[in-house]
Design a protein around this ligand. Structure first.
Ligand SMILES: [Zn+2]
Length: 328
């Protein structure tokens, strides 16, 4: 059984797809790129934790990255969640550079870098809320069982300067550097030697979290005010990134670098699914992939064994069954 469940980010995937299909000189390209960079930095911060949690490998535990669960009307997301049989650890990861001032009196995180100041939501408040919500979730699923739960804000950027500013001068221990995770977890091992969650409980939590995880799926084209029609259509060359490439004798051939591919169109279909529509017809596919004939389009769609509805002529194919998993 895989101990690490890494939920993939639809937001990052969507931004990648947009950047792939947007003209280099498009006025909103810079904005999309900056959103992508921010999201990617966050993801890098989360992934960098893996290194600091390597020592857990022989322990009875599960590690979830990027879990997003519903609590009634709203969702809460946990960057890293360690479910050990003796305790649970919730980590909110911040990968920010510069000076980070935790102003707990006013619930804000002030980031100073390059002569600028950016105000972020208070991550301590965020992680406390996640703590509360996840406890509630365990209770609802009858898995709480007196399991001790701990939560921390983790600063993934080694070079960030951490400052705590509040009136009573109280130095809480809820903000740690990534390099301190190991020590923190080792302390938990010392304090909690009893197994509270059985292997069966861990299995149940794994199954439930995978089932209930709901990825954030923002309408990025709308948010960026980019029209679907402004995106390039066609299949991209996996080697030199030329777009569109052509279909010849059952293969995708790049007119620039001459490399060939059998399945380059699957990435294009994923882009279509993420940005245009979760379902497609034969004619729509023909236009989108720049195919010469309706028959080729029909054959490609049939070969994918997709769920579909309608008669042969007006059949609508649902693309979601191509990617049943949203985790690695
Ligand atoms: Zn090429």
């Amino acid at each position: 059984m895989n101990k690490k469940i890494q939920f993939t980010s639809l937001k990052i995937e969507k931004l990648e797809a947009i950047l792939r299909r947007l003209n280099q000189n498009h006025p909103l390209r810079a904005k999309a790129e900056s959103w992508f960079d921010t999201s990617k930095a966050g993801e890098r911060g989360e992934r960098s934790l893996d290194f600091h949690m390597d020592f857990l490998v022989n322990e009875k535990h599960l590690l979830f990255e990027g879990t997003r669960l519903s609590s009634g009307k709203y969702y809460f997301q946990i960057d890293a969640l360690v479910v050990h049989s003796n305790f649970i650890l919730i980590l909110e990861v911040k990968n920010l550079a510069g000076t980070l001032i935790f102003d707990t009196d006013h619930n804000q995180l002030i980031q100073q870098f390059e002569d600028r100041e950016v105000i972020h939501r208070d991550p301590i408040q965020q992680v406390n809320l996640q703590h509360y919500k996840f406890k509630q979730w365990l209770e609802e699923n009858r898995l709480l069982k007196d399991i001790p739960i701990y939560s921390y804000v983790v600063i993934a950027n080694d070079k960030a300067k951490i400052i705590r500013k509040n009136n009573n001068g109280f130095l809480a221990k809820d903000v740690i550097r990534a390099t301190k995770i190991r020590e923190t977890v080792n302390n938990l091992f010392t304090r909690h030697k009893n197994e509270i969650l059985s292997s069966k409980d861990l299995q149940k939590i794994r199954k439930l979290l995978i089932k209930q995880h709901t990825p954030s799926n923002p309408d990025l084209l709308n948010k960026l005010q980019i029209k679907k029609e402004e995106l390039y259509t066609g299949v991209q060359c996996p080697r030199c990134l030329k777009l569109p490439i052509k279909r010849k004798h059952g293969k995708w051939v790049c007119p620039d670098c001459y490399s060939t591919s059998k399945d380059a169109y699957l990435t294009a279909l994923r882009d279509y699914f993420l940005l245009i529509n979760p379902s497609i017809t034969t004619m729509e596919l023909k236009d989108y992939l720049h195919l010469k004939s309706r028959t080729t389009s029909q054959r490609l769609l049939s070969s994918l064994n997709l769920n579909h509805e309608g008669t042969t002529k007006n059949r609508i194919y649902h693309l979601n069954s191509l990617w049943p998993k949203n985790y690695k």
